[in-house]
Design a protein around this ligand. Structure first.
Ligand code: G
Ligand code: G
Ligand code: MN
Ligand code: NA
Length: 253
């Protein structure tokens, strides 16, 4: 209750921030990009997880302003890294269900990218299956516009929603992110449930890239390489980090 009221002023007070988590080439471990993850630095409660405040933001309608803030903050960050002479990499932003329905994302992105003179390839979006299946015609038209602009879209938490493979095939998405519940099942003690490898094979069959999330152990990393996973993300490589700490991994141009 207290949080819900505070959220309205959190944006104005500058209490929201983004952490950046590395995405690496599964085979080589080379940094290939990052995911921006929102945090709320509350004046008395400290760092609050988006799992708590994103649902509040969706209920209160504040999610559109917060989502726009996230896109603008990533673009401003990329601009300052570029100006510092760093070799920047694509940054993925999470989009919530309400935001996907309510905001004209292609136009919003075009405006913000232009404002900061950021090449479209440097921003990626993460959407969930249920957002696409919920309103397939809106989703298809939005995804086609984003693709035409050169903005890549990944399906987040893949395997946990109610996806229809025939729909999935029609949506111009670039990658599937295997949900971390499938990755956590891979361990040396048990015969791994083959869902992760099945998802990798299916995604490749559909011409999609595969990203594993929540990679925590060497056993998982090896399994993913053996099964042809393209990109990995997780605590094994890096936690989500404040911008300045993440930037230490970027090479000088
Ligand atoms: O990083 P973390 O464990 O705190 O993220 C928890 C959840 O919050 C994840 O499902 C993630 O996708 C979501 N999330 C993180 N940042 C954002 C954001 O900027 N916008 C939206 N809509 N969701 C986010
Ligand atoms: O739903 P989404 O994929 O956007 O959420 C990302 C969430 O996963 C964030 O909350 C992030 O902090 C968390 N996360 C990232 N890497 C790992 C990991 O290796 N293990 C676990 N348990 N969580 C992770
Ligand atoms: Mn995500
Ligand atoms: Na996820």
């Amino acid at each position: 209750l207290l949080l819900e009221n505070d959220l309205f002023t959190a944006l104005e007070r500058g209490e929201l921030l983004l952490h950046y988590q590395a995405k690496v080439d599964s085979r080589t471990g080379e940094l290939v990009g990052a995911e921006a993850l929102m945090r709320w630095n509350h004046k008395t409660h400290g760092l609050i997880s988006p799992q708590i405040f994103i649902p509040l933001a969706e209920e209160s309608g504040l999610i559109n302003a917060m989502g726009e803030w996230a896109i603008r903050t990533v673009c401003a960050q990329l601009r300052s890294w570029i100006d510092e002479g760093l070799q920047v990499l694509p940054i993925a932003v999470n989009i919530s269900a309400h935001q996907f329905v309510q905001q004209a994302l292609p136009q919003l992105l075009a405006d913000i990218l232009a404002e900061f003179a950021i090449p479209t390839q440097l921003i990626e979006l993460e959407l969930t299956e249920s957002m696409l299946m919920g309103n397939a015609s809106h989703a298809a038209s939005t995804l086609h516009q984003l693709k035409d602009m050169g903005i890549e879209v990944s399906i987040d938490d893949f395997g946990t929603g109610y996806s229809s493979l025939s729909y999935l095939h029609q949506f111009p998405v670039h990658a599937l992110k295997i949900d971390r519940s499938f990755i956590s099942q891979i361990n040396e003690n048990s015969e791994p449930i083959r869902l992760a490898s099945a998802i990798i094979a299916m995604a490749h069959e559909l011409g999609l890239q595969v990203i594993a999330e929540g990679v925590e152990t060497e056993v998982q990393a090896r399994y993913l390489v053996e099964h042809g996973c393209d990109i990995s993300q997780g605590f094994l490589y890096s936690k989500p980090l404040p911008a300045a700490d993440f930037a230490k991994q970027l090479k000088l141009g």
